[in-house]
Design a protein around this ligand. Structure first.
Ligand code: DX5
Ligand code: ZN
Length: 220
């Protein structure tokens, strides 16, 4: 299958030491750094935006996998592109009308477009974005309600992952929420290859072991 991308969620890091936390994760074998951008409106939590991505970018060349939990993602394309974001994953729930323009703008700013869906959103809603002439390059299947780290993995979301993998063998499929050594096998066998993990990685005394165990589950 597609090679694993293990993406620690920096939401669980010490935000006051973001650059060193990022480097620590890369030293532990992280492929990507997952950056949770929340606007206090699409979700009931407020985190970081383009200024923080811009600051972090000065300290690392890593792939910054930005997850936009915001009501108006279009407003973030230019600032995040200029800040040095690598991936730009927006939510389908707020872009039913203008996703084509959004995908075009993301690509024109040199970022990789992805689409995410909340647990209650049917998987069929993202098919047009994958099948478009100007497609998204990743689908992020949320395995918790977006907003907070440390929630319980929803195994019933694996039906979405299996359906997607069967239909699109070479698509990057990311899962986010409650992933760790005890849930990775469910996600890997369903066909997910990009794995976001916050509390399981940052809460471990040996994050490198957690990352390598998850990589092994995906790549085997
Ligand atoms: C939740 C975020 C996640 C979160 C995952 O809204 O999208 O990226 O940080 O944290 P864990 O791995 O602790 O569930
Ligand atoms: Zn996320």
């Amino acid at each position: 299958g597609k090679p694993a991308k293990i993406a620690p969620s920096m939401l669980s890091s010490d935000f006051a030491n973001l650059a060193s936390e990022a480097q620590r994760m890369l030293d532990c074998g992280a492929d990507w750094l997952h950056m949770d951008i929340m606007d206090g409106h699409f979700v009931p939590n407020l985190t970081i935006g383009a200024p923080v991505i811009k600051s972090l970018r000065k300290h690392t060349k890593a792939y910054l996998d930005c997850h936009l939990m915001v009501t108006n993602p279009l407003d973030y394309v230019e600032p995040l592109g200029d800040a040095g974001a690598s991936g730009f994953t927006f939510h389908i729930e707020v872009t039913k009308e203008n996703w084509q323009e959004l995908v075009e703008r993301i690509k024109s700013k040199g970022m990789r477009p992805g689409v995410s869906l909340r647990p209650g959103t049917p998987i069929e809603e993202v098919y047009p974005l994958i099948e478009s002439a100007n497609p998204v390059e990743m689908v992020l299947v949320m395995t918790v309600e977006p907003g907070f780290g440390g929630q319980k993995f929803m195994p019933e979301m694996m039906d979405k992952v299996r359906t997607l993998r069967k239909k699109y063998p070479s698509l990057d499929i990311e899962v986010d929420g409650g992933l760790g050594p005890s849930t990775i096998d469910m996600a890997a066998s369903a066909g997910a290859n990009c794995i976001v993990a916050g509390s399981s990685v940052f809460g471990s005394p040996k994050p490198a072991e957690v990352i390598s165990a998850m990589r092994k589950a995906v790549d085997e």
